[in-house]
Design a protein around this ligand. Structure first.
Ligand code: AMP
Ligand code: GLY
Length: 429
């Protein structure tokens, strides 16, 4: 079949590679894609927020499956749009409809869902401009640090963590006053969870689910997890401390009640659930749901999937995921992200990239790249390119990934040198 993948990052390059490997895939289009996806399929200049344009392309190119990478088109209702048009309702859309996408689109909705289904998460309350004074009193009742979250999508910037009560109150005023526009018209204030973060990924058809490998992402720009938040500076899969016992807790306490909750509440869901977790003294708590795969977690999770992902997606769309099993490469994947100098602040684009030489068991995924009219590879974003190595041990995977990364260059390139080091320390005790 012909398949359209929506998105333009490293996540989409990693998904595209797997889709292109499938015997079920005839032609793969990526909208808009990047210079890396252009080597595995055909990039198309489509604006994914223009559902009519996407629909026209799908019909003109006899596309049978649309795989949605990022959250924005899902929260905006792309799956509902396809389901609602008789000429498009045969198209399989991998990604939830708007109702399910609220698990990411509204933190208050997600917290209420978790409360209804007794899923472990931080205690919380939600406030609006009308209840600002109550919000201040709630902050006073908590111990620092204080966690404030814009209810809606805020480009990954909507979470503020403050150690000082006065600053937290000032944040609350600013957020309810429109700091993140409509996204912070409601603010979730919650208890701070102290522990180690990790991500767990689920593919569900709304009735059944498959648990994909766990991963750990490194969000801050600086080594030792310091400095500004980024989209992610690297990832490791699997997470060594997420052993069988821990993952059983995750499945029993979080994944099963989440899928059961979707079913009981009759929320149709065909797609990924990315559960952001905090491991607190060996027990998992949900920090957030996302309704898509993570980036750069996908770049370490997808290379480990040995199953045919298009077959998995077909079962996901048809509600028959119970008929599938997942085959996973037992090796460890280590992904190192390289970014433009200055990112996540101001940075320049258009720098020529030297890709270096291929190395065995290492994949290079493009994030913000493009090819110019002369065929030169140029930087085209903050997160530019990443390397993922597979090896039988974490140190070996890190070494291979870092060696390959050292061979990729452009003016201003930066990467963290400590990806996975915290996990290595845990491993040696
Ligand atoms: P989110 O946008 O929900 O992923 O939040 C951004 C980051 O804030 C998370 O990755 C965590 O590192 C941190 N965070 C969010 N909620 C909490 C919490 N309740 N306790 C501690 N850290 C949190
Ligand atoms: N790496 C975190 C995210 O994709 O949201």
């Amino acid at each position: 079949m012909n398949i359209l993948l929506i998105g333009s990052g490293g996540r989409e390059h990693a998904i595209a590679v797997k889709i292109a490997q499938s015997s079920r895939c005839e032609k793969l289009y990526i909208a808009p894609g990047n210079a890396g996806t252009a080597a595995v399929g055909q990039n198309v200049a489509l604006d994914s927020s223009d559902f009519e344009a996407v629909a026209r392309f799908v019909l003109d190119h006899r596309i049978e499956m649309v795989v949605v990478g990022p959250e924005a088109p899902l929260v905006a209702g792309i799956a509902d749009y396809f389901a609602g048009q008789s000429s498009l309702s045969h198209v399989m859309v991998i990604g939830p409809a708007r109702h399910g996408a609220m698990l990411e689109g509204s933190k208050d909705y997600a917290k209420a869902f978790m409360t209804r289904h007794k899923i472990p998460t931080a205690q919380y309350r939600t406030f609006t401009a009308e209840t600002l004074a109550e919000g201040e009193r709630f902050l006073e009742s908590l111990q620092p640090p204080y966690v404030l979250k814009a209810d809606g999508l805020a480009a990954g910037k909507g979470v503020l963590i403050e150690s000082d009560l006065a600053t937290a109150k000032a944040d609350l005023h600013e957020m309810l006053g429109g700091k993140f526009g409509q996204a912070s018209a409601s603010v979730v204030i919650e208890e701070y969870l102290s522990g180690i973060e990790l991500s767990v990924f689920v593919l569900t058809d709304g009735q059944h689910y498959l648990l994909l490998p766990s991963a750990k992402d490194y969000k801050r720009i600086g080594e030792g997890d310091t400095g500004l938040n980024t989209g992610g500076m690297g990832s490791i899969s699997p997470v060594p401390f997420a052993d069988k016992e821990f993952m059983k807790k995750v499945e029993d306490r979080i994944v099963k009640p989440t899928v059961r909750g979707l079913r009981e509440e009759k929320i149709p869901y065909h797609g990924f659930i990315f559960v952001g977790l905090m491991c607190c003294d060996g027990d998992p708590y949900v920090i957030e749901y996302n309704v898509r795969m993570g980036d750069p977690e996908t770049e370490s999770v997808f290379p480990r999937i040995k199953s045919d992902v298009v077959e998995l997606f077909e079962h996901c769309a048809h509600g028959t995921l119970d008929q599938c099993s997942l085959s996973i490469d037992s090796r460890t994947a280590a992904c190192v992200m390289m970014v433009a100098g200055g990112y996540p602040g101001n940075y320049e684009k258009g720098k020529p990239i030297d890709l270096g030489t291929d190395a065995p068991d290492v994949q290079v995924f493009h994030c913000g790249t493009k090819t110019d009219a002369d065929g030169r590879l140029l930087t085209n974003g903050g997160r530019v390119i990443c390397t993922t190595a597979l090896a039988t041990s974490l140190p070996e995977a890190l070494l291979k990934s870092y060696n390959r990364a050292a061979d990729i260059n452009w003016d201003g390139k930066y990467n963290r040198r400590d990806i996975g080091q915290d996990l290595l320390k845990l491993l040696v005790g």
